[in-house]
Each structure stands twice: as structure tokens, then as C-alpha cells.
Design a protein. Structure first.
Length: 168
């Protein structure tokens, strides 16, 4: 997955609309389905927990399938990109301890993976206005850059290959 420039205003606008739409669909769908099930299959004891739960589960499944179906729609471009970036960064984070150990041994591929992680995190945090840890990220990047200079490597986030993560 390659890093892309994202229009922050468009991303925030579309993300907010998707979130509001999902919340509204969950509320209306789960209540509607639950009430329909209660009307068709009433319980004499008055406990309708299982019908309410079924309404929530069915609504979540419908919302998930709609999001999956429309994830390639133009409206969802930025939102889908950020979701995929977060997923990719999560894969890297799970292997970060092994990657950092490999970097200490001079592993160039591990350096490129971590560089991609730092660049992706920086972009993600700027998009989400989460700049609290940007200072720490700058320190980590400087440490990685120093290690790359030691082994005479030029770091480039474009060189990241998700398949290479399987080696760690």
C-alpha cells in the first residue's frame, strides 16, 4: 500500500457523514428489527433481550455489507484509504519488536518497513488532528535515520512492500 496525499477537509467531512449514517442505521435498524420480531414472536414473560440483540446483530451485518459494497465508491475514497492505512499500520505495530531488533542488526528491509510506519503514522495523526505524540515520532524518525546513515541506506516509504512483513 502506497501513501497518498489526502484532502483533510474532504476526508473529515466524508468520515463524519459515514459515522453519522452508520449510527443512524444502527439505531433505526436495530429498533425496527427488534420491534418487528417482538410483534411477530412475542414472549409471554416480557423479556425481549434476544430479539433486541438479534436486531443489533442483523443491523451490524447489514451496515457492514453496505460499507463493504460501497468502499470503492468515489465518496468513500479517503475514508477507505485511511481504514486500509490503519490496518497496515496495525500489522506493522504487531511486529514492531522484531522489526526494531532487526534494525539494530542493520536489516535494510526492516528499516524501510519502520520508515513506512512512521510516515503513515505521521499522515494519519495529522488527518485526525492527533498531534500529541508527533514530537516522539520525530525522535524515533531521527534515530531510524541515524541507523540508516550508519549502514548507508536511503529510506523511502515508497519501497515498503507488505509481503516483506511476513519475514518478521
Amino acid at each position: 500500500m502506497k501513501l497518498q496525499e489526502i484532502n483533510k477537509a474532504r476526508y473529515r467531512n466524508h468520515l463524519n457523514k459515514v459515522i453519522v449514517g452508520c449510527i443512524a442505521a444502527l439505531v433505526v435498524g436495530s429498533l425496527g428489527i427488534a420491534q418487528g420480531l417482538i410483534a411477530v414472536l412475542p414472549n409471554e414473560q416480557g423479556s425481549h433481550f434476544h430479539w433486541n440483540l438479534a436486531g443489533v446483530v442483523i443491523s451490524c451485518l447489514v451496515i457492514g455489507s453496505v460499507l463493504k459494497k460501497y468502499k470503492h465508491h468515489d465518496f468513500m475514497t479517503e475514508v477507505t484509504y485511511v481504514w486500509e492505512l490503519k490496518k497496515q499500520l496495525n500489522y506493522i505495530t504487531r511486529k514492531m519488536r522484531k522489526l526494531k531488533a532487526a534494525v539494530e542488526e542493520g536489516d535494510v528491509i526492516a528499516m524501510q518497513i519502520i520508515n513506512y510506519s512512521y510516515a503513515g503514522s505521521r499522515q494519519l495523526w495529522q488527518l485526525d488532528d492527533n498531534t500529541i505524540t508527533m514530537e516522539e515520532l520525530s525522535i524515533w524518525q531521527a534515530e531510524l535515520d541515524a541507523k540508516a546513515r550508519e549502514v548507508n541506506v536511503i529510506l523511502d516509504s515508497e519501497k515498503y512492500d507488505p509481503q516483506s512483513l511476513a519475514n518478521y
